[in-house]
Structures are given as structure tokens and as C-alpha cells.
Ligand binder design. Structure first.
Ligand SMILES: Nc1nc2c(ncn2[C@@H]2O[C@H](COP(=O)(O)OP(=O)(O)OP(=O)(O)O)[C@@H](O)[C@H]2O)c(=O)[nH]1
Ligand SMILES: [Mg+2]
Length: 479
């Protein structure tokens, strides 16, 4: 039993292992398969361009010593207080720059190590020269995301939090920012590590049964395992269900604009995006290919697809366009069915309505400037020509998407790697639940440990160095 627990601890608790090794090897961090020499790293943390200020950051045990070598305090300091801002200057080669310095003492810093930051006047060359001063005095250049990687290695953040930080940095809409920030706040970590805790208990129960078969009733271990795995399955299914919301939030709401020729589809696209992207003429069949353009409205990304007019056609090119229009309908979260206000509904319009029977769609009555609604169908009345009701149409699209497609009440999974791990864990859990009654306790023990490991891919406890490096490489320099 003792051996099994130890074995389990060493094999599966990657972070704990790191901490043990760090105690023994002061200057070496063992990171699974890779050894990183602990050194002081430096990089420019603000965009390398002209700006109001620039920030140069160092992390590592020599940060303060290097700062002392290059930074001259305006007022003499015997002690440097952590988290205090000091005014002074840095002289390097031919220049002297007045700047501010702040020191964060380990472990109370972003990386968990000693950190020093300089704030200087913004300027590409100036900032690079201060970085060079740090490098010449013992720091080495940090790689992309290395500060955040150190924060992860030093237990400051989990892997899912680090990834959500990348998602927040790359967010193109408020909705995406909102979803990623909930993961960043640790909500996903809490859920997954809670499941891992229960699974660990179940493993301990199984191992008691393995080590002391004479004292323990095997069925107690498997019954508890079934209970834990059923709980995890339900929790993971709930998370999985949010992935489609996550996809809409991340990639945007896909909206197809469809209708028979000449009803004003391209004019509506242009009015919605605020530019003359699509060609508009009075000739039927002007648009032959699908045109895609995106906007952000009230914090949500909306992707519009203007399509070729759907009707019977012998023209080869037009036929391909019509096929593409039908594909756009398939891809769309919402379809805008466009009708000409001045005309009665004809067979072509009716065919389009029948194609959209099982699709979330909105009826749009266009050209309301020339006529009242003669179509006989109800819908939002607009004029693409006069830009009438265009903002209301955008609101309607958004509200329809939120009401029918996105549930904001809970955590939303937007990260593809998290979704993959959730699916993998679910598959294994379903397998174990099915096999529970037929497998030996040793095999169940092994399979359950695998589930624990798969969930650890989200939190970072069991992920290998290649994947971890790949994740942090997505960060920008100086982060
Ligand atoms: N009066 C008026 N005319 C409009 C309006 N919207 C579009 N039109 C006109 O209707 C004609 C066709 O417009 P388009 O936007 O090219 O229509 P479409 O549905 O994309 O046409 P196809 O690409 O051929 O299928 C053009 O002459 C537009 O100026 C509107 O709101 N009011
Ligand atoms: Mg068109």
C-alpha cells in the first residue's frame, strides 16, 4: 500500500516532483524530460515600438544584483524595499536614461522568483539599450512566454489559467474575454482538480483492496469508483455542453444572408459591415461566390456570409454559387432570409422558406423605402439603401444568438486543448464504467490512474514538456 501510494505520488504528481528536485538542486529546475538551468532572464515586456513608456523585466535570483549594478538611485538607498517604486537612472555606453525601478521579492512576484522591472521613456532603441545593459551584466534573453512558464513551474498559476491568459490576450470580442477570464480566475481548475481529488480517493480505496484483500471487500472499492466516475462523467458532460457556446464565442456567430436574386442581399451585407465590400447592381445574379466579412457588435463577433441568389439556373457558374449558398446555410448559426417588400411572395421565396424550415432564421423585409410590406410574411422591415433599421437588425441577430445558442450562466470552455482532454477523459470514464463489473481490481486501478492523468492535462499536472513548451511559445516576448 505504502509503495503504491509513493509510486502514484511520484508518477502522477509532476509539480510535487519538481518541488522536491528544486530543494535538492538549487540551481537546476527539472522539467519532465528537459533540464533548464536556472538563470536570470530579461526581456522587454511592452510592445517594441514608440510609446509613452516601456517596461523591461528581469526574473531570477540575480535580478536585484544586476539592477544594483546598472541603476543609480536619485536618493541614496541602503535597503531596497520590495514593491516600492524608485526613481533613478541607467547609464549604458553613451546614454543615460532616467527611469523607475520596482523590485518584487520571491515568492511574491509574477514568476515566483525575484523580479525587477524598469519603466523608462518609450522608444525602441532606448528600451533595447536598457535590455542590453541587463544582458551585459549577467541576465540572459527570455524566450516567448518564459516569465509565465516560470509562474507555472513555480506553482503560481495552473496550465489552464496560463492558456486562458493567452486566450484573453488574443481575444477579439468582449464575450471571448469574459469566457477566458472565468477560466483565468481558476473556475475550471477548481472543477477539474475537485474531480481529480475524488478520483484519487477512489484509487486509494482500490489499492487498499489490492494490498489487503483479506481485510477489505473488493466490491466496496468498485462501488465507490462507480460513484466517483459517474459524478465526474456528469460534470464533464456539462463542461462539454458549453463547448459549442465556446466555439460561437471564439470564432463568432455565423450568419448567412440568403434569398432569391436581387432582393438586396449584398446591399444588406454592405450596410451591416459599413463598407461597400460586395458588388451591387440591378442585374439579377450579380453575386456568384460567397463573400464573408466580420464585425464586432456589442462585444460579440458576427461573421456574415453574402451568398448567390437561390433560384433555378442553367448557368454553370451560378449553379456552383447556389450550391455554395446552400453550404453557407448549413454552416450558419442563424440565417437571414431576405424578401423584397414591394413583391408578393413567389415560388422562389417559398422554396427558400422551405429550405430554412429546420434552421434558426429571421425574416428580413428589405426595400421598405419603396413600398410597404407586400410579401405576406412577417419580419423586421429594413432599407439597406437608406440604412433604416440596420442597427436594430444587428441587435436582433445578437439577441437571437444569445437566446438560442449561448448560455452565459456558467463556465464556458473555449480552448480546443481543454475540449480534447474533456472528450478523452469522458471516453475513458465511459469505458471504465462499462467494464467495472468485469475487470480485475488491478486493471481498474490502472485505468482510473489514466483518467486522473488525462484530467491533469488541463491543469498541467501531467502534461509533458513538449506540450507545455508549445503552449508557452504562443505567448508574446516579455510575457
Ligand atoms: N430602393 C431600394 N433598393 C435597394 C435596396 N437594397 C437593394 N436595392 C437595390 O436592389 C438591387 C439589387 O441589390 P443587390 O444588393 O445587388 O441584391 P442581391 O440580392 O445581392 O442580388 P444578387 O447578388 O443578384 O442575388 C440594386 O439595384 C440595389 O440598389 C433598398 O433597401 N431599397
Ligand atoms: Mg448580391
Amino acid at each position: 500500500m505504502l509503495f503504491n501510494c509513493l509510486d502514484y505520488f511520484i508518477c502522477y504528481n509532476f509539480c510535487a516532483c519538481l518541488k522536491i528536485f528544486i530543494v535538492f538542486f538549487e540551481n537546476i529546475v527539472l522539467c519532465d524530460t528537459m533540464i533548464i538551468m536556472k538563470s536570470t532572464i530579461a526581456q522587454i515586456s511592452t510592445p517594441i515600438a514608440m510609446g509613452g513608456i516601456s517596461v523591461i523585466k528581469m526574473s531570477g535570483k540575480d535580478s536585484l544584483a544586476i539592477a544594483r549594478k546598472i541603476f543609480r538611485f536619485k536618493n541614496k538607498q541602503s535597503e531596497i524595499e520590495p514593491r516600492h517604486m524608485y526613481f533613478g537612472s541607467i547609464s549604458y555606453h553613451d546614454f543615460t536614461e532616467q527611469c523607475l525601478m520596482v523590485y518584487f521579492k520571491a515568492p511574491f512576484s509574477y514568476t515566483g522568483e525575484d523580479v525587477v522591472e524598469f519603466q523608462c521613456h518609450g522608444g525602441e532603441l532606448l528600451t533595447r539599450e536598457i535590455l542590453n545593459a541587463c544582458l551585459e551584466n549577467g541576465a540572459r534573453l527570455a524566450e516567448n512566454g518564459e516569465f509565465t512558464k516560470l509562474a507555472f513551474i513555480n506553482g503560481k498559476i495552473s496550465l489552464d489559467e496560463a492558456e486562458s491568459m493567452i486566450d484573453m490576450i488574443n481575444a477579439t470580442s468582449n464575450a471571448e474575454l469574459k469566457a477566458s477570464s472565468r477560466v483565468f480566475k481558476g473556475e475550471l481548475y477548481e472543477k477539474i482538480s475537485g474531480m481529480q481529488e475524488r478520483i484519487k480517493d477512489a484509487i486509494v480505496n482500490l489499492e487498499v483492496a489490492i494490498d489487503y484483500p483479506e481485510h477489505d471487500d473488493e466490491t466496496k472499492g468498485t462501488e465507490y469508483l462507480e460513484e466517483v466516475l459517474t459524478y465526474c462523467k456528469n460534470e464533464l458532460l456539462k463542461l462539454k455542453a458549453t463547448a459549442s457556446d465556446g466555439a460561437i464565442i471564439k470564432s463568432g456567430i455565423n450568419v448567412a444572408i440568403v434569398g432569391k436574386p436581387n432582393v438586396g442581399k449584398s446591399s444588406i451585407l454592405n450596410a451591416l459591415i459599413g463598407s461597400n465590400r460586395a458588388i451591387v447592381t440591378s442585374i439579377k445574379g450579380t453575386t456568384r461566390d460567397t463573400i464573408e466579412e466580420s464585425i464586432t457588435h456589442n462585444g460579440f463577433k458576427i461573421n456574415f456570409m453574402d451568398t448567390a441568389g437561390i433560384h433555378e439556373s442553367d448557368d454553370e457558374v451560378e449553379k456552383i454559387g447556389i450550391e455554395r449558398a446552400k453550404e453557407s446555410i448549413e454552416r450558419a448559426d442563424i440565417v437571414l432570409a431576405i424578401f423584397d417588400a414591394s413583391e408578393k411572395l413567389d415560388d422562389e421565396d417559398k422554396k427558400i422558406l422551405s429550405i430554412l424550415k429546420n434552421k434558426l432564421s429571421l425574416n428580413i423585409i428589405n426595400k421598405i423605402d419603396i413600398s410597404k410590406n407586400n410579401t405576406g410574411v412577417e419580419g423586421i422591415e429594413i432599407s439597406a439603401l437608406n440604412k433604416k433599421n440596420i442597427d436594430n437588425l444587428k441587435d436582433l441577430i445578437l439577441n437571437t444568438a444569445i437566446n438560442h445558442k449561448i448560455d452565459f450562466s456558467g463556465l464556458i470552455i473555449t480552448n480546443a486543448r481543454h475540449i480534447e482532454a474533456i472528450n478523452e477523459a469522458l471516453e475513458k470514464i465511459e469505458f471504465v464504467l462499462k467494464e467495472c463489473k468485469f475487470q480485475t481490481i488491478d486493471i481498474l486501478d490502472m485505468l482510473t490512474k489514466e483518467i486522473w492523468q488525462i484530467l491533469g492535462k488541463i491543469t498541467g499536472e501531467t502534461e509533458n514538456e513538449d506540450i507545455i513548451s508549445g503552449i508557452f511559445a504562443k505567448f508574446c516576448l516579455g510575457k
